[in-house]
Design a protein around this ligand. Structure first.
Ligand code: ADP
Ligand code: MG
Length: 314
């Protein structure tokens, strides 16, 4: 069942959650590898939060097993389990009467780490996420913007170096610029610390931008799991493709504006289908399923990677 050589960090085996006869998570089978950045994407009510909460046992599954590193989470002491799992929520609840530094270090304090050591770790990480500690340590949460508070939430979840981080729509309430900055930040931090991240969002663009693999969840059922390229170019079914189609119509010319066209040199001959820049990116995606590149209006060419880059930047 497992890929050879890959440690299964988080494994769901036939996991079901039922509320009053209603199945909100339907036989979930999924393995998330150690150190992976996995994004679970799906509309509101599809069961994303329920899945996250079952991992750290804020709620219990009705059926099936969840294993972390091969160990059934139900067999692990709950406090011990949570110590190893960071959790970041959409509206990060900072304690309003504690300073930023105290909020950021609260989990270290709970672990009995001495004040000085705590301070060093907090300062380092605050600096790292763009909140210079000289400026921010002693401020109160109400003196920070939403994006800054979310950075504190990231520090709080990372500071104990958990091997798993669960993120529940952490950037959904932010303006587009802050959202993009924090997406970049979390990608950098993931590279640096290599935790296993399970990131949940309803935003397909965000999923494509962040995930190494993406799971598409609709009505409690996992519709497709794949890398971003596969999910865009080979949607498993109509439900998955409709998640893209609901977005505004983007034309191939939009990729040109984004600087993603490559000029075809006069002596360059490539074997590729032809499209016009007034066609839609859905049409482009269809063609790029079968060909590596497409020629646009005889003058330019574009590749599947360019399309992916464009979509992930939106
Ligand atoms: P998402 O995070 O994808 O928006 P949720 O996991 O929060 O979805 O919810 C999935 C479904 O389960 C929804 O239909 C929701 O109404 C239902 N649900 C969640 N929590 C409860 C609960 N405590 N009791 C009954 N139904 C619930
Ligand atoms: Mg939710």
């Amino acid at each position: 069942m497992l890929n050879k050589g890959v440690i299964a960090m988080i494994e769901f085996s036939d996991v079901v959650k039922t509320y009053q006869e209603k199945q909100v998570v339907n036989k979930l089978n999924l393995t998330i590898a150690s150190g992976e950045f996995f994004v679970l994407v799906g509309p509101s009510g599809s069961g994303k939060t329920t899945i996250l909460k079952m991992i750290n046992r804020l709620i219990s599954q009705s059926n099936g097993q969840i294993l972390i590193d091969g160990v059934d989470t139900n067999q692990v002491d709950r406090a011990k389990l949570r110590k190893n799992i960071g959790y970041v929520l959409q509206n990060i609840a900072l304690f309003p009467n504690l300073t930023i530094s105290q909020n950021a270090g609260i989990l270290l304090e709970a672990q009995g780490i001495k004040r000085e050591k705590r301070q060093t770790l907090v300062n380092e990480l605050l600096d790292r996420v763009g909140l210079p500690h000289e400026q921010y340590s002693d401020r109160m949460p109400s003196e920070l913007s939403g994006g800054e508070q979310q950075r504190v939430g990231i520090v709080r979840s990372l500071i104990t170096k958990p091997s798993v981080i669960l993120m529940d729509e952490p950037f959904s309430a932010l303006d587009p610029l802050s959202r993009k900055q924090l997406q970049n930040l979390i990608l950098e931090l993931h590279k640096e610390f290599k935790p296993t991240i399970l990131f949940v969002t309803h935003d397909m663009q965000e999923a494509l931008r962040l995930g190494t693999r993406i799971g598409v969840l609709v009505n409690g059922r996992l519709q497709q799991v794949g890398d971003p390229n596969t999910v865009i170019n080979q949607p498993a079914n109509k439900i998955v493709s409709s998640l893209f189609n609901n977005q505004r119509v983007t034309l191939i010319s939009d990729l040109k504006s984004a600087g993603l066209f490559h000029l075809l040199k006069s002596d360059q001959v490539i074997q590729a289908p032809h499209l016009s820049e007034t066609q839609t990116i859905q049409e482009l995606a269809m063609v790029l399923r079968e060909y590596h590149q497409v020629i646009i209006d005889q003058q330019h060419f574009i590749t599947a990677d360019d399309l992916l880059q464009y979509i992930s930047q939106q």
